[in-house]
Design a protein. Structure first.
Length: 251
């Protein structure tokens, strides 16, 4: 199961960063938590579409005291809850990282699943200086990049913050993306694990859409040789709340 593949062994904050599958990862972990009978809270430090959290026991509150009481009650009743501070059109606004740290202390048995980065539906990204917003109490930072971009021309449609991506992978818009580009975004100091806390796990999404076995093994080997303390590389298949592991490389 995805839970074991990521090495999740204890409650705490799990922050998902990067591009090309973060929301699916959060949703799939929430489903897995329900099946395990453990309490899980879904939230974000950026913004999520309201439709992505509407199915949970949802708290909308920009007051920590009131919101934390409602969340604790929801977790007792329904096991899986969500907390956002408010709505802006179709988007739900997230919590400050410090609030999540307080929650982790007050809800020690809960798995707090945090979408800590935005990517505007792109498959790759490099973060700006202020990104991602990872709570300091995070025990696992799961960095996501999508294998489906391999073989495509680099463009603003598939790479969020394209100028930052090109600086890291040393390619121009229109050049073809390779496995090495994904590996570079994973290991670079200003890549997807910028500001990471806790253990680092790289999740390569889109593994069920093509034959990426060789590419995944090359990315894993590159991460190992780079010495960046990425604990493992997980290849996943499926989207939405049905993401499952296809391969695991322990580094």
């Amino acid at each position: 199961m995805l839970w074991e593949a990521l090495g999740i062994s204890e409650p705490g904050v799990i922050a998902c960063v990067g591009a090309g599958g973060k929301t699916s990862l959060v949703q799939s972990l929430a489903v897995s938590a329900g099946r395990r009978g453990v309490t899980a809270l879904v939230t974000t430090t950026t913004r999520m579409f309201y439709s992505q959290v509407a199915g949970y026991a949802l708290t909308l509150s920009d007051d920590y005291a009131a919101g934390s009481v409602k969340v604790a009650a929801s977790l007792k009743q329904r096991k899986t809850a969500a907390w956002l501070t408010g709505l802006e059109g179709e988007k739900a606004c997230g919590l400050p990282g410090a609030w999540i740290d307080r929650l982790a202390s007050s809800l020690p048995s809960a798995y707090i699943l945090v979408e800590a980065d935005g990517a505007r539906r792109a498959l790759l990204k490099a973060p700006a200086a202020h990104e991602p917003v990872v709570p300091t109490s995070t025990i696992i930072t799961a960095g996501v990049l999508n294998l489906g971009v391999i073989g495509r021309a680099l463009s603003p449609d598939n790479a969020h913050r394209l100028d930052l991506v090109t600086n890291i992978i040393h390619k121009r818009q229109g050049e073809i993306v390779s496995w090495l580009d994904i590996a570079r975004l994973a290991v670079h100091p200003n890549g997807i694990f910028q500001h990471a806390c806790g253990r680092k796990v790289l999740l390569l999404s889109g593994g069920g859409q093509g034959d990426y076995g060789v590419a995944a093994s090359q990315i894993a080997a590159y991460c190992l040789l780079a010495g960046t303390n990425i604990e493992r590389v997980v290849v996943s298949a499926g989207y939405g709340d049905s993401m499952q592991p296809a391969a695991v490389y322990k580094l």
